[in-house]
Design a protein around this ligand. Structure first.
Ligand SMILES: [Zn+2]
Length: 144
């Protein structure tokens, strides 16, 4: 009898290989115009700064509903929103078993959100760059 012509990699093997990535990440940020740019120079003439997102770097603009959802997650945990009102934010999907997205605000990654399927909830992961926008209002003693 002939064996099947496909392979299923064990989960640990897939994670150990790391994310597949082809080509350069094109995402840059113009600090003069405060907009994402897919080039090393903005139309205004200013040199842009590369945004160090996780490969594959296929970031998309966060819509109003995305921003409200992310800010609710951060409000519930820290008592403060991650994305300030009126700011452009981008979402970059991180490869992995569960859904996780980096949140780009300005030239840096302010944080991430990860879905915990067993608990059917989202978990926030702020980055040091978030300190420019996020001032936690909750303490460990809140809610106890
Ligand atoms: Zn510009």
């Amino acid at each position: 009898m002939q064996s099947p012509a496909f392979f299923i990699l064990p989960m640990h093997m897939n994670e150990a290989m790391g994310p597949s990535y082809l080509g350069r990440i094109l995402l840059h940020w113009c600090e003069k115009c405060h907009v994402p740019v897919l080039a090393e120079r903005c139309n205004c003439g200013t040199a842009t700064r590369a945004v160090p997102v996780t490969p594959s770097g296929d970031a998309r603009r966060a819509f109003k509903e995305d921003i409200e959802s992310i800010n609710t997650i951060y409000m519930n945990h820290f008592g403060a929103p991650l994305i300030p009102s009126g700011h452009i934010a981008l979402l970059n999907k991180i490869p992995g078993r569960d859904r996780m997205e980096e949140v780009v605000v300005g030239v840096g990654i302010s944080g991430s959100i990860r879905y915990i399927p067993e608990e059917q909830r989202w978990e926030p992961y702020p980055r040091p760059e978030a300190i420019a926008q996020l001032t936690p209002k909750k303490t460990l003693c809140d809610g106890r």
